[in-house]
Design a protein around this ligand. Structure first.
Ligand code: NI
Length: 152
């Protein structure tokens, strides 16, 4: 089911999300809906607060070989290097801005069955991990934009 994506100054986007405690069917439904909503909007990442659910849940699919990623209670354990690229957000349609992010990210997160996975991602995926994890803490990419990019 496609859910409504909250946009712009909706105060829910500034809230801190709670850890997931139950890896149950409600979580699976949320994950499935988030993935469908993200794909429908042609996004590469979506965090649960963007659909009004204050849980530490993220879906990412950058179209690379990593495929569909479901991150529950994600924690970035280390990051290094630097990249500066244009970034967007489904909660800020038709806007893009240059954001400085680490080139490499190590993270751990649970999957939908409660199993812990460790990740080492770089480039666009590292950017997506940082962007989506920020959402869980009420931090938005627009807070970090160095320079706005004109729409094509
Ligand atoms: Ni976003």
């Amino acid at each position: 089911m496609i859910r409504e994506i909250l946009t712009f100054d909706n105060p829910i986007l500034r809230e801190h999300s709670e850890k997931v405690e139950k890896f149950d069917e409600e979580l699976w439904k949320l994950l499935d809906d988030m993935y469908e909503t993200m794909k429908n909007a042609e996004g590469i990442g979506l965090a649960a607060p963007q659909v009004g659910v204050l849980k530490r849940v993220v879906v990412i699919d950058t179209g690379g070989k990593a495929g569909k990623l479901e991150l529950i209670n994600p924690i970035i354990t280390s990051m290094w290097g630097k990249q500066e690229e244009a970034e967007g957000c489904l909660s800020y349609p038709h806007k893009r801005g240059i954001v400085r992010r680490p080139m490499h990210v190590r993270a751990k997160a649970y999957d939908r069955f409660g199993k812990l996975h460790r990740y080492h991602v770089k480039e666009l995926l590292a950017r997506a991990f940082c962007h989506e994890t920020d959402h869980l803490n009420g931090i938005l990419y627009k807070d970090k934009v160095i320079e706005w990019v004109e729409d094509e």
